[in-house]
Design a protein around this ligand. Structure first.
Ligand code: NAD
Length: 340
């Protein structure tokens, strides 16, 4: 199948090309992201392959459909950037990679927690200048702390397990569907308000939906325990950034680590080191000593990239052969509400 791979980076080319040895698709790597300006580049391609910040709204999907595209393959798990109803109306099947390596994201999340808690980011910067003073670097043990996990699906469950069994934390969780296996190891489910009031550290692993957008907003921060630390490796819009900044300025929040950011589509995955970034909220975030931001890289392991490439191309092989699409985003998801 002829596949246009949008927003492709060197690592996409490397892992998709390797996986394609088995699939023999005709891959065309397109550097720009898919949006209304670039959608015409897909003309004549029955399939496009996209990532988290490609924009597949109704207008873009209409251009794709007019150009003959019938399949969209997301090389990621989340699909909040796709207007699924429009895709269904236009006869475009959307597949994703529901599970490539939850370990990659879970491990990165724990890494961010430790770095934030123990000031590893600041220590590294100091040592590079031969400053070995320890003032200001006092952290806290994870052991014995109360940590809240919002969303205990594949990734959240691994984080909860690691915190509970590995670090000996008291783990509170919030999910619309509690996991009995986590309860069996002592994870306690509660509502998000209670979780925020009792946790010293909260990590977000629920998907971005209308119900979870800005789940961390000014009201939630006001109700939270003083000195709360927040880690978000899920989706940026789970957090209201302005409220986060206010919480940091008033010291209600002790620290924040983000791998995702609500307006990341204008920033992440690009080298902007010679540009003037116009996003003042984002720039303000970077000024806090107790904030760590990474550019949506929690998924970025060799294992995950291999699994993503193999699953994506396998789905497109199924599509080409007319087989059932195992990882198609189905009508039950489409009916559950408009994407964000
Ligand atoms: P998953 O579907 O396995 O788990 C999501 C969990 O959230 C489910 O248990 C679901 O019941 C729960 N949930 C749904 N609505 C909720 C609500 N209102 N409140 C609390 N919980 C709710 O997904 P996953 O594979 O664990 O991925 C979690 C998120 O991580 C995804 O949304 C994805 O966007 C993000 N992600 C980020 C990266 C990265 O590189 N930073 C990589 C992969 C996934």
């Amino acid at each position: 199948m002829r596949i246009a791979v949008f927003g492709s980076k060197a690592y996409d080319r490397r892992f998709l090309t390797a996986a394609n040895q088995a699939s023999c698709h005709d891959l065309t790597f397109v550097e720009p992201r898919l949006d209304d300006a670039t959608a015409v580049l897909a003309a004549g391609f029955p399939a496009v392959c996209v990532f988290v910040n490609d924009r597949l709204d109704a207008a873009v999907l209409e251009v794709l459909a007019a150009g003959g595209t019938r399949f969209v393959a997301l090389r990621c798990a989340g699909y909040n950037n796709v207007d699924l109803r429009a895709a269904e109306r236009l006869g475009i099947a959307v597949v994703r990679v529901p599970a490539y390596s939850p370990h990659a994201v879970a491990e990165f999340t724990v890494g961010l927690m430790l770095a934030l808690d123990r000031n590893i980011h600041r220590a590294w910067a100091r040592v590079r200048e031969n400053n070995f003073a320890l003032d200001g670097l006092i952290g806290r043990n994870l052991h014995g702390r109360t940590v809240g996990v919002i969303g205990t699906g594949q990734i959240g469950a691994l984080v909860a397990r690691s915190l509970r069994l590995g670090f000996g934390c008291d783990v509170l969780a919030s999910d619309v569907a509690p996991d009995p296996a986590l309860e069996a190891i002592g994870v306690t489910y509660t509502d998000p308000t209670d979780l925020l009031a009792r946790s010293g550290l909260v990590t977000l692993h629920c998907p971005l939906t209308p119900a979870t957008r800005h789940i961390i907003d000014a009201a939630a921060i006001a109700r939270a325990r003083d000195g709360l630390m927040i880690v978000n490796t899920s989706r940026g819009a789970l957090i209201d950034t302005a409220a986060l900044i206010e919480g940091l300025k008033t010291r209600k929040l002790r620290g924040v680590a983000l791998d995702v950011y609500e307006q990341e589509a204008d920033l992440f995955f690009e080298d902007l080191s010679n540009e003037i970034v116009q996003d003042d909220l984002f720039q303000r975030l970077l000024t806090f000593p107790n904030v760590i931001v990474t550019g949506h890289q929690a998924f970025l392991t060799e294992e995950a990239l291999t699994a993503i490439a193999e699953a994506t191309l396998a789905s497109l092989s199924d599509a080409e052969a007319g087989r059932a699409l195992q990882h198609r985003i189905g009508p039950e998801v489409i009916r559950s509400g408009p994407p964000r």
